[in-house]
Design a protein around this ligand. Structure first.
Ligand SMILES: [Cu+2]
Length: 141
């Protein structure tokens, strides 16, 4: 028969578990967050001849849209959200230049345009995030 009470053994076991968890978790300050949103794909929209192709994309929350200036286009475009959430600025100065944004809002729709060619050439597009996102504004779909 043991001289150590069962409760003392149980307490020792709990204490060891707590110490192990504390020891393992203590050094992980730089680890990545486990709360990354779902998705993670990158959808490419090509910019050429004053158009976005495809004009409208539907993605999942957490996906990234990457706009790429196609080879041969020499004009300067932008990707500018009409709601002011993002603006590439004049970064498309050479073929192959890109601008990208990750979209995490669920069921949101972004209407965007090129500040240079919005009025002259109807250079507009939209990003729909989620299956139940509202339809884009007229002219952006
Ligand atoms: Cu443009």
């Amino acid at each position: 028969m043991s001289r150590i009470p069962r409760t003392a053994l149980a307490l020792a076991a709990i204490l060891m578990t707590v110490l192990l968890v504390w020891a393992c978790g203590g050094g992980g300050s730089g680890s990545s967050s486990p709360t990354e949103p779902t998705g993670g794909k990158t959808v490419v929209v090509t910019i050429s001849d004053d158009t976005y192709d495809p004009r409208s994309v539907t993605i999942n929350p957490g996906d990234t849209v990457q706009w790429v200036l196609k080879s041969g286009s020499l004009t300067t475009h932008t990707v500018t959200d009409t709601g002011g959430k993002f603006d590439s600025g004049f970064v498309f100065t050479a073929a192959g230049m890109t601008f990208q944004r990750k979209f995490t809002d669920v069921n949101a729709t972004y209407n965007y345009s090129c500040t240079t060619h919005k009025d002259c050439c109807n250079m507009k597009g939209s990003v729909r995030v989620g299956e139940n996102s509202p339809p884009p504004d007229k002219g952006y779909q």
